[in-house]
Design a protein around this ligand. Sequence first.
Ligand code: NDP
Ligand code: NDP
Length: 317
Amino acid sequence: MKNRITELFNIEYPLIQAGMIWCSGWELASAVSNSGGLGIIGSGSMYPEILEEHVVKCKNATDRPFAVNLPMLYPDIDKHIETIIKHKVPIVFTSAGNPKTWTAHLKEHGITIVHVVSSVKFALKAQEAGVDAVVAEGFEAGGHNGRDETTTMCLIPMVKEQLSIPLIAAGGIGTGRGMLAAMNLGADGVQIGSRFVATPESSAHQNFKQVVVDAKEGDTLLTLKELTPVRLVKNEFFNKVEAAYQSGASADKLKEILGRGRAKKGMFEGDLVEGELEIGQISGLIHEIKPASEVVKEIITEFRQALAEQQTDKYRF
Ligand code: NDP
Ligand code: NDP
């Protein structure tokens, strides 16, 4: 497979594993890169020395390109950027912030920059800031999410209509058919998160991986729009937040209920009652924990089968 995304990143398949706090460390990123996709270390949950350790381990585990996801609201971002430059990480995916802030600096060091957005407006802003590609993430996605609730089905063609640089679709994609659908809508590649949480290489807690496998349609919802909108599994913590809404809680009260470190508690420490469990709607289609290499292989095989089907009578009207 050769297109604008495989050429930009120098990878085999236009399939990118999303950077996910507490879930995507060096083991997952290197496994995906070794399988022909692009693996991403999610640095938002890592103290600076932890990120450095993960970058070094990732470089030792793969000769192929990999990336670091840099949420721009991360408190020690300067230190993360130093590590990225020092260890010559080839690709950075920035998110949750203004792409103008760091793009020029990182590009001066020869780094390929991709920015994650959830709207047409921000996609164009990222293009203007000089990024090399954009990830447009729809409402189906897990974890932190846009406020406008635009679904991947609508977001991708709308961004495509106006964007000229390569476009990566995210949100609700976890299979080869999903990948093909996103590319039919105009994307040059896909970014997949939830499916890679349920792998042995993901650093998520086993309890959380099991929640992902057990999740059914309707088990997640977007909440906390007044703070940072986030899609969560409807567990007891989620219900506590909902009860607060019912009683008309203020943003400050919601902040107090959220407290600190909820994501770590849920996804890394496996506290399914009190923790935040961030996962996408596509979790309803994930039924098994399997190695990242098998996930990549299955997605690409199904993509090719579905593509072949498009040449058949089913699609001739
Ligand atoms: P690693 O290189 O994977 O871990 C090194 C350090 O990074 C550790 O301090 C670990 O946390 C931290 N770390 C790992 N993944 C993440 C992440 N996604 N976000 C933030 N910090 C992270 O080597 P280890 O030998 O420590 O771990 C072996 C395997 O076990 C790895 O897959 C690792 O991710 C996983 N692991 C799982 C844990 C869990 O589920 N509770 C805890 C630790 C590791 P810390 O310092 O808190 O241990
Ligand atoms: P909280 O404020 O609730 O907690 C901060 C968590 O981040 C703690 O668990 C802490 O680990 C860990 N951490 C890692 N490095 C640092 C650091 N330098 N300073 C302070 N804490 C650090 O935040 P969340 O858990 O809700 O979010 C964690 C991170 O996720 C954010 O810092 C941000 O980078 C990222 N994020 C990304 C978004 C995106 O990409 N769209 C959106 C929102 C957040 P410990 O408990 O071990 O101290």
